[in-house]
Design a protein around this ligand. Structure first.
Ligand code: GDP
Ligand code: MG
Length: 717
């Protein structure tokens, strides 16, 4: 017989870690709250009859946030056989609040006291026996991270699941308890209903949303209203506050009874945080960390390792071997060119940056795992709150450093409509893994400075802030950002298996893209480059023919669009356009074009970019920044559409990204021309100055909407 087990618990209590341990799956474990918005399900690796569902983390079952609604709807409507409530045992008091609510649903429950490794390290003492007696349900002490006792939780849960009903945790004072029984008695639909207690409490809390689906007559309704009203009069408080107050008092009592904190004073985490989140040191440390990471990835790994991997292996050895082989078996010229220049030239150019991408992803995974990423959100929140941006926006932006798609999806946790839409628009400004390819290419062949890549990272953050300042002052996004409450998790030593799994997951996605969408794109580029018009008719074009390839026509047609940005040549324009498919395709396209008739060693790409296309430091910078800030890839645009749920907003997002990136790259090119290339002033310089002044004006003008409260999103269930 199958058993369905739901994992519930506060954010960051370790649900997903436990879920992965139990199912052997690879769900994303982030050391910050709000990572799991959708429920995920998998099967227990030791018994496929047992299904396990990872629910979004919540502090309570009220109907205020999307996570709460997803979790409570699942528990109420789908009724799993048993709930495992994961309790962060270093913080029992806060975590029990949810436990009291879960026990009222009438589903058998097991409490998994997680993080017992930390509890032991802190020398806290928890009297489990006493707790079990108070709470009336079994407790298993586990460490999800170290996979300790996790199978035992399942055994206990399966046993509990056989029970038909359970007693709710008895958290209420006699008056309230009495009233709840009265309410249950007055509603016909609650007779013999295992969820009677849950609904009675919802009546008391005046939680209309929960009562919508309940069978309750108008007469019953007015009667129970009266009952609630009487209690509110008696205790001189509103129903919801009465319930909340009782829960807290109850929890305080039992925690005082059965938990002894080992040591008072600062934990290791507190000590580290004193430095790392210090008002003055936080930003410099954060900047330093990012500089070091990008420096190692782009300048060190991008050096010898990439020289070998990209230039020798993918640039010479493999192409030579393949062309030798193709020559031996005597394939047609065009096929040999398609495989050698098109596929190996294009995909090879992209794969060439694999060591850099892997290093970057590895470092990001480490920062996430040890708990530093959530500090970054905290630090940035403090810094940027005064710019009108909410800290909750920074989690999507930080996730976007790996890939914009999950970043954009993570905006779902932002309750406030205006904040959420704004975050969706700006989340893709960060250099994702694919954009890093473009940055690495131009850094390697033209810009040659170790600080270029970290600079791009900070340009991303800068673009976010500037956009925040500008957009916040428009009526569309007005209003104070919602306060951001975030639990900072304890630091822990990096868990190698976790980190490698996350890194491998991201590398796999990259490789999958290289084998599918990038492969198709470079084949398309090759075809457009070798098919064209010669003497008025369709023809195969190669170096020796006099005809013009379609790619040239297309390039020439769209190149003028980019002339004001300094890269108004056909190939760069085409590469930029194809970058909409996936940003790696930009590099792949240059790879195919550079390898015309030759192999695609990176040095050839560099010859091609510098001599063939005439890139200078200034135009390279403008090209890079434009591609970083402009409309992201199709997948990310899809995510934008999905999260906006509205065509007009999706178009606005795309439009804003185009205008913003264009203006930014235009200024870089125009000012770079004057300042770096020492060229003369002209009309364009004037326009660039006007744009700069306009942007500054939009950022600093008076905020007419300051202090207005924004409407909260009505959470749809
Ligand atoms: P969720 O938000 O409840 O899904 O929590 P996650 O599974 O994403 O875990 C949050 C953080 O707690 C991660 O950094 C985990 O590595 C860490 N964590 C989870 N379980 C344990 C544990 O038993 N001990 C310790 N020390 N850390 C844990
Ligand atoms: Mg999770």
């Amino acid at each position: 017989m199958g058993v369905r087990i739901a994992l519930a618990g506060n954010p960051n209590s370790g649900k997903t870690t436990l879920f992965n341990g139990l199912t052997g799956s690879n769900q994303y474990v982030g050391n910050w709250p709000g990572v799991t918005v959708e429920k995920k399900s998998g099967y227990y690796r030791k018994n496929k009859e047992i299904e396990i569902i990872d629910l979004p983390g919540v502090y309570s079952l009220s109907p205020y946030t999307l996570e709460e609604v997803v979790t409570r709807d699942y528990l109420i409507n789908e009724t799993p056989d048993v709930i495992i409530d994961i309790i962060d045992a270093t913080n029992i008091e806060r975590n029990l609040y949810l436990a009291t609510q879960l026990s009222e649903i009438g589903i058998p429950m097991v409490l998994a006291f997680n993080m017992m490794d930390l509890v032991e390290k802190n020398k806290d003492q928890v009297d489990i026996k006493a707790m079990e007696k108070h709470l009336g349900c079994p407790i298993v002490e586990i460490s999800a991270l170290h996979r300790k006792n996790i199978d035992k939780v399942i055994d206990v849960a399966v046993k509990e699941a056989k029970k038909d009903s359970i007693k709710p945790i008895d958290a209420f004072s006699p008056e309230v308890e009495h009233k709840l029984i009265e309410i249950e008695d007055h509603i016909e639909g609650l007779k013999d209903n295992p969820k009677a207690r849950w609904f009675a409490i919802k009546v008391l809390e005046n939680d209309d949303k929960a009562l919508e689906n309940m069978n309750i007559t108008a007469k019953e309704r007015s009667k129970v209203r009266e009952l609630v009203h009487a209690l509110e009069e008696e205790l001189d408080d509103d129903g919801e506050s009465i319930v909340v107050g009782d829960r807290y008092q109850y929890i305080a009592r039992i925690v005082q009874d059965s938990v002894k904190k080992g040591r008072e004073g600062l934990t290791t985490t507190d000590k580290i945080d004193r430095i790392v989140t210090n008002r003055w040191l936080a930003m410099p440390i954060f900047a330093l960390v990012m500089f070091v990471i990008y420096y190692i990835a782009i300048s060190i790994v991008g050096g010898d390792i990439t020289d070998f991997w990209a230039d020798e292996l993918w640039g010479e050895t493999i192409p030579d071997a393949v062309s030798g082989f193709l020559g031996n078996i005597g394939v047609a010229d065009w096929l040999s060119s398609l495989i050698g220049e098109g596929i190996i030239g294009g995909v090879g150019a992209v794969i060439g940056f694999l060591p850099i991408i892997a290093t970057l992803q590895l470092f990001i995974a480490i920062l996430e795992d040890i708990g530093y990423m959530s500090r970054i959100a905290f630090i940035l929140d403090r810094a940027f709150r005064r710019f009108g941006l909410s800290g909750k926006s920074f989690i999507p932006i930080l996730i976007g450093t790996g890939c914009s798609v999950p970043g954009i999806t993570a905006t779902r946790t932002i309750e406030n409509d205006n904040d959420r839409r704004m975050t969706i628009i700006i989340a893709s400004f960060m250099p994702c893994g694919a954009k890093v390819e473009i940055i690495a290419l131009f850094t390697a062949v033209i810009l040659n400075k170790w600080w270029i890549a970290p600079l791009c990272y900070f340009i991303g953050i800068g673009a976010v802030i500037i956009s925040g300042l500008i957009l916040k002052k428009t009526s569309m996004f007005a209003g104070e950002p919602a306060p951001f409450v975030m639990e900072l998790p304890s630091y822990h030593r990096p868990m190698v298996s976790n980190i490698l799994r996350v890194t491998w997951d991201r590398i796999k996605q990259f490789l999958r893209k290289a084998g599918t969408i990038i492969l198709l794109s470079v084949i398309a580029v090759w075809i457009l480059q070798h098919l064209g018009i010669e003497n008025g008719s369709l023809a195969y074009i190669d170096e020796d023919s006099a005809g013009t390839a379609f790619l040239t026509y297309i390039g020439n047609a769209i190149a003028p669009l980019f002339a004001p940005l300094g890269f108004g040549n056909g190939p760069s324009a085409v590469a930029t356009f194809l970058g909409l498919v996936a940003k790696e395709v930009v590099v792949g396209t240059f790879g195919v074009m550079a390898s015309l008739g030759e192999t695609a060693a990176e040095s050839d790409i560099s010859q091609y970019l510098i001599n063939g296309l005439g890139f200078t430091t200034v135009t390279a910078m403008s090209f890079m920044v434009f591609n970083q800030l402009t409309v992201p890839c199709f997948a990310a645009v899809g995510a934008i559409k999905e999260e906006m749920q509205d065509r007009k907003w999706t178009l606005f997002a795309i439009g804003y990204q185009i205008v913003f990136s264009y203006a930014f790259a235009f200024m870089i090119y125009q000012f770079g021309r004057i300042l770096v290339l020492k060229e003369a002033f002209n009309v364009s310089t004037g326009i660039a100055i006007a744009i700069l002044l306009g942007m500054i004006y939009l950022m600093v003008r008076k905020d007419r909407y300051k202090g207005t409260v924004q409407s909260k999103r009505s959470v749809e269930s």
